[in-house]
Design a protein around this ligand. Structure first.
Ligand code: IVH
Length: 680
């Protein structure tokens, strides 16, 4: 930045330079956080910068400009979703980071209200959910619009995605539903859901989410609501917007009304009379934090009475009647001593950070995930670096970033392995994937899981061959690959602990029976990357035999419906590996003779027929048919008395009328999706 002579001569030179720098940094981090969903610093660090700017502006009021981050609410909305302007801006909260600052908030409240310092204010205490703020609009009880916070004034229309949240009513229930109700709340993912999504992502060779908040953000801002539907987002409501025809006089009454309408409210919300009760709640929640199924980053204290809230009013960015009481961040600084390689079930070779042991909120951390080599390169993580490590609940800790200023020059850049550290097979990076994989079927850590997968119910269905037996087969050195299963004898099984004649016969019988499974099951059982049950079935139908599939060229593979370049390449790599061919041949030589494909029976839609009509907005007709077939049902073209369901999109015409005439059940697209969801 250029400074004029006048600037240099000014006594405010130091503060002015700093103020400019702070604004630049805050704008940058705002954009990373709100627009790109890729925060580079923690909330605590952001808050520290923000507070420093606030302090300087208080000290030097001449330096305040209308475009300072302190004078407005946030960053800008992305273009891909329709912008939604909030009727009332979504404010932020001021922070307190310890009991003393919480008590200062209480004193400020009483000062503004002109109340004596020993007055006990009625507060409401709430967990501060670590997710994303959204606003829901219910008109005459119907959910019409849901939007993200955005910059506080304008957010993005995410109605379709919000509708996938099953805990959220699409229509309010109960008595006296208001004509217009705006409710603000936080969308979040449970730790459990977060771990499942990341496991799936790693499995598919995609970059995992850094934390549950990012995963929730990524899921909410998904352009395809079907993907969001598979991500079990949750939501708790915590604040009203405009409400016409509702008459709550306090936060407590507001929560009671929400519960009456069926809107989700965090059950940990609790009233507190006097600030000490609110401080006790803060301490208690900090203890509970470790055992909650979701992430919270603090508590929020609000003045209960809406009349008092009105009197207290707002500053430009936050209300005077509430405070966010932040917990200390669950991060620590330590040294990354080495990068270890861990080979997973599907051969993914994951880099793992070996750390100088460090305590993070009561837990000693000595390992952290580095996810994949792209992440290492992106974050420029080197062996010997001083790093920031973060943990959430019992989720595996992650390396957040490097502190480059701590470098001595002795740090070493780490490169992806060219060979599998366990079996020496080539380690390959498949196009479009971030993961480096060991391609060998004969890799020890992979064998156990690959055998368990091979034997599993949806694959070769070898009844009784569970994890425990697979473990024993391996430790006794009886199997090295799935093919060896077909060479096991009664004597082999009798070497197992607690094995009887009958059990041995059953296992042998189950293995024998599996020799004649459908070809699709066998293809699925091989565990080829990207080849799930559906793709395996399509391959079986297209090629008719394992030999044909083995010989299929890339071009032949991609010409099959639903098979893209990534899948085709993965299939080719699998069959180009001689070790895999050897396993298959040994298996066929033992008498494995796959049979022709049969239609799936016993699926949830088994025996049911569906007609799709009208303009479908949530899936294509092809996808709909596939979904029905996957569940063992039939998608047919015309409506008859025998039709089980008619799924009607927009502007459905004669087929819908016919369905009504014949008394056939008519479903909306949403209702059809609900049928597909697993029963709780
Ligand atoms: S009240 C004016 N209550 O924290 C009222 N916010 O730092 C503003 N948050 O943007 C919000 N849990 O995303 C409120 N129980 C809670 C909350 C909560 C999480 C988030 C929300 C807000 C941010 C403010």
């Amino acid at each position: 930045m250029q400074l004029s002579l006048l600037d240099v001569a000014s006594p405010e030179d130091g503060p002015r330079t700093r103020v400019d720098e702070l604004r630049r940094q805050l704008e940058h981090h705002n954009r990373l956080y709100y627009v790109l969903d890729t925060p580079a610093i923690t909330d605590a660090e952001y808050d520290a910068l923000f507070r420093e700017l606030q302090r300087l502006e208080e000290q030097y009021p001449d330096l305040v400009t209308p475009d300072s981050p302190t004078q407005r609410v946030g960053g800008a909305a992305l273009e891909k979703f329709t912008p939604v302007t909030h009727r009332l801006p979504l404010l932020s909260l001021e922070n307190a980071t310890n009991a003393e600052e919480i008590r200062e908030f209480d004193l400020r409240v009483k000062k503004v209200l002109g109340l004596p310092q020993d007055e006990a204010i009625s507060y409401i205490c709430e967990p501060k959910m670590d997710g994303l703020a959204v606003e829901l609009v219910y008109e005459d009880g119907l959910l019409t619009v849901a939007s993200t916070r955005g910059d506080g004034v304008t957010g993005e229309d995410v109605t379709e995605n919000i509708r996938t949240i099953r805990s959220l009513p699409l229509r309010l229930s109960g008595e006296s539903v208001p004509g217009l109700l705006e409710v603000r709340g936080e969308v979040f993912l449970s730790l459990d859901a977060f771990q499942k999504i990341n496991a799936e992502k790693e499995e598919n060779g995609e970059a995992p989410f850094a934390n549950p908040r990012n995963a929730a953000a990524g899921s909410l801002r998904q352009l395809d609501p079907r993907i969001t539907a598979r991500r079990p987002l949750s939501l708790y409501c915590y604040a009203p917007g405009v409400a016409e025809g509702a008459d709550f006089l306090s936060q407590q009454e507001f929560f009671a009304a929400l519960a009456g309408w069926g809107l989700p409210v965090n059950p940990l919300v609790r009233p507190a009379v006097g600030i000490e009760a609110a401080v006790a709640y803060y301490d208690e929640m900090q203890q509970q934090r470790e055992s909650l199924p979701y992430e919270i980053d603090g508590t929020v204290i609000k003045v209960d009475s809406f009349a008092l809230q009105g009197e207290l009013g707002e500053k430009s960015r936050s209300p005077r009647w509430a405070v966010a009481c932040k917990f200390p961040p669950r991060q620590a600084v330590t040294v990354l001593e080495d990068i270890l390689l861990s080979v997973g079930r599907t051969g993914v070779i994951t880099p793992v950070a070996q750390l100088r042991p460090v305590e993070i909120s009561g837990v000693t951390v000595s390992r952290a995930t580095l996810h994949n080599w792209d992440e290492i390169a992106l974050k420029d993580i080197r062996i010997g670096d001083t790093v920031v490590v973060e943990r959430a609940g019992d989720v595996i800790p992650a390396v957040v970033r490097v502190l480059p200023e701590k470098r001595t020059g002795a740090e070493q850049v780490a490169f992806p392995p060219e060979k599998c550290p366990e079996c020496g097979s080539a380690a390959t990076r498949i196009a479009d994937e971030v993961a480096v994989r060991c391609m060998g079927l004969a890799c020890p850590p992979q064998i156990r899981e690959s055998i368990a997968h091979f034997a599993s119910r949806n694959a070769m269905d070898i009844d009784g061959l569970g994890d425990k037996f697979v473990e024993q087969l391996l430790s006794l050195g009886l199997v090295q690959s799935v093919a060896d299963l077909y060479y096991l004898t009664r004597d082999d099984f009798m070497r197992f602990e607690r094995m009887g004649d009958k059990l041995a016969s059953n296992l042998l019988g189950a293995i024998e029976a599996s020799k004649q499974r459908e070809l699709g099951r066998l293809i699925f059982a091989l565990g080829i990357r990207h080849v799930g049950e559906r793709t395996a079935k399509a391959l079986a139908q297209a090629f008719g035999s394992l030999e044909n599939l083995e010989k299929a060229t890339f071009e032949e593979l991609v010409s099959i419906r639903d098979i893209g370049a990534t899948v085709a390449q993965s299939i080719r790599s699998f069959f180009d590996n001689q070790a895999n061919i050897d396993v298959i041949q040994r298996m066929l030589a033992a008498g494995v003779t796959p049979t022709e494909e049969k239609k799936k029976v016993g699926g949830r839609f088994s025996g049911k027929s569906f007609v799709f009509t009208g303009a479908l907005t949530r899936f294509t007709r092809d996808e709909a048919r596939q979904m029905v077939e996957d569940e063992g049902g039939n998608a047919v073209g015309s409506v008859s008395r025998k039709t089980s369901y008619v799924v009607a999109g927009e502007d459905a015409g004669s087929k819908l009328n016919k369905a009504r005439e014949l008394g056939v059940t008519v479903l909306t697209e949403d209702e059809f999706i609900t049928l597909l969801e697993p029963a709780d």
